[in-house]
Design a protein around this ligand. Sequence first.
Ligand code: NDP
Ligand code: HSE
Length: 325
Amino acid sequence: MEKIKIALLGLGTVGGGVKAILEEKQDLIQERIYIKNGRKVSLEISKILISHPEKYRAISPVLLTADFQEIMNDENIKVVVEVMGGEEPATNYMLQAMERKKHVVTANKLAIAKSGELLENVATKNRVNFLYEAAVAGTIPIIRTINDSLVANEITEISGIINGTTNYILSKMTHERSPYAEALMNAQELGFAEEDPGSDVKGDDALYKIAILSRLAFGEWPDLDTIDCKGITEITPQQIEDAKKRGKVIKFLARTKKAEGKIIASVSPEEIELHHPLAHVDGAMNAVYLHCDNAGELLFQGAGAGSRPTASAVVSDLFAVIEQI
Ligand code: NDP
Ligand code: HSE
């Protein structure tokens, strides 16, 4: 049995989910690798970077490190999974890992949206994979769908609900009349929100994700400053009730399309009709609606945040990386 050693950067909501899935589903994953590649391979987490070791007493101290260079200097570690979040030092760590010929898997949409071009170039230069299925719409396999399954299509437009926290808050306010602050607190407790939840409710998180989808669909990175961004912080219970009376619902939508050679993208709360395909996507669910020239219209729905659903997408990237090792 070949062993592929992996380092996790971060052991929070997502990192904890990745560790649990790799342990619990070891046999299933090995079987799937064998069916796909004809190889007997096991994936093994050999180091985990954290900053507060005292928080992780249940984890074997042999696995833990607070020193990133320990991971860089270990030639046997072939894949680095960045699930610590934040722009820095995460971006720098991913660049260092790829310069050391380690493949990188990440869920960090902030780092990708801000430094995607650089990260992609460094990956190409070093002939390593840079994969980020978990960074957009949680468990929905939207990145692989656009990159692989829809290769024969011009994508003309994408719209969707791509932030779990805000969809959870709006759903709670709409269906249970929960106060905004209480709904946000619940979303944080459930592990859906970013470390700074302002990134969710002011729209930045969805903006990063629609920037990534724009790049994949239209071939270029949009300037983040050109994306119209309005969060949900000013949505009042009254507005939600008024929308209901008109037979509508308020949803936090992200949109992108290319018109006259320019990417036009936005994130904003919108009133939509109850028969709209996104009207009943509730809670922390996400949905992505693609308009393609050959395939037509496609709608994907699934958990947009949370430990196991996000980790499922991270593990799918690990599965893809194996072919390169
Ligand atoms: P958490 O805050 O739950 O976990 C972060 C982990 O990273 C902790 O173990 C923390 O260790 C470690 N960490 C953070 N900074 C450092 C540092 N400088 N050095 C060493 N370790 C560090 O975050 P999440 O798991 O929620 O999110 C991780 C990433 O996944 C983010 O990019 C997020 O945007 C993305 N994501 C999250 C989703 C979710 O549902 N939560 C869904 C999709 C993507 P310590 O505790 O010791 O500080
Ligand atoms: N905070 C993010 C969300 C996590 O709520 O959608 C998933 O990217």
